[in-house]
Design a protein around this ligand. Structure first.
Ligand code: GRG
Length: 280
């Protein structure tokens, strides 16, 4: 399959939903609404929405079924990037080749824009639950809330910020990767599959897949950013070659976890291949 075409199709689908659910930039308070949209449009790779759509397809459902999860996870991802770029976190002036939200709108508005995107994610899912499949949609909402919280994304970020530079503990590095990066991958794939009608064993296998791919994705990200001074990086701890081997092993295990799903899981396999080999 053509992964590039698949990702473009997924991005178009989720962009329409994000456009529908976000207030227009001109609506008051206009600087807040414009700031919320700045990093949403244009987006990045829209990988998490693609994982949600591919999760639904893997269990034999139409990708559109996963739309609320795809959009909600992207909203949480975007909030986390806006906050991560702040001076009190990574202090970045640019993201995706454009000025970061706080550079354009000021720090206070950037904090608020992130807050509002996070709230919008849960409003979107709660609203979807009132229209179709309430039990499955609420389960996906609960998963996403867990993934965004102090035991996952925010906790991973907290540990990343205070990561000890003198440790060579691979498990510690991967624990941060799992929470900071893989948790949202899990919420996307499992949430997409939930909305596609999956239960029990299938969800457990898909969670295992997403967790491994999320960690491998972060290892690849650190390799792409090898010049950075990042303490929590497998490249720093075990070197470029060994960390690539580790990412490839995780990728292999992730693809093995999809065996029972057959051909409908091909988009998930292709995304898994991309995560380790990517150059952006
Ligand atoms: C501040 C609450 C809070 C959390 C921050 C996700 C995160 C935690 C920080 C973002 C910075 C970072 C290196 C995160 C790891 C995940 C990651 C590699 C994000 C970038 O994901 P891509 O490449 O981004 O999918 P695009 O631009 O394609 O959307």
């Amino acid at each position: 399959m053509d992964l590039r075409a698949y990702l473009i199709e997924c991005a178009q689908r989720v962009d329409a939903e994000l456009e529908r659910c976000l207030p227009p930039a001109a609506e008051a308070p206009a600087n807040l609404h414009a700031a919320m949209r700045h990093l949403i449009f244009p987006g990045g790779k829209r990988l998490r929405p693609a994982l949600a759509f591919a999760g639904a397809e893997a269990v034999g459902a139409a990708p559109e079924r996963a739309l609320p999860v795809a959009a909600a996870v992207e909203l949480v991802h975007t909030y986390s990037l806006i906050h991560d770029d702040l001076p009190c976190m990574d202090d970045d002036d640019e993201r995706r080749g454009r000025p970061t939200v706080h550079v354009l709108y000021g720090e206070a508005v950037a904090v608020l824009a992130g807050d509002a995107l996070l709230a919008a994610a849960f409003e979107l899912l709660a609203d979807a639950a009132t229209r179709a499949d309430p039990a499955r949609t609420l389960a996906a909402l609960r998963d996403l809330a867990h993934a965004a919280g102090s035991r996952q994304l925010v906790g991973g970020q907290a540990d990343d910020l205070s990561f000890p530079r003198d440790t060579a503990d691979v498990t510690l590095v991967e624990s941060v990767h799992q929470r900071k990066t893989a948790a949202l991958f899990e919420a996307a794939v499992v949430g997409g599959a939930r909305l596609g009608g999956a239960d029990g064993d299938a969800l457990a296998r898909l969670r295992g897949f997403a967790r491994r791919i999320g960690i491998a994705f972060q290892i690849a990200d650190d390799a792409l950013d090898a010049d950075s001074d990042e303490a929590c990086s497998l490249v720093r701890v075990i070197g470029a070659a060994a960390s690539r081997e580790r990412a490839e092993r995780l990728q292999g295990e992730a693809i093995d976890a999809l065996e029972a799903f057959g051909a409908p899981a091909e988009p998930l396999r292709e995304i898994a291949r991309f995560t380790v080999g990517r150059t952006q």
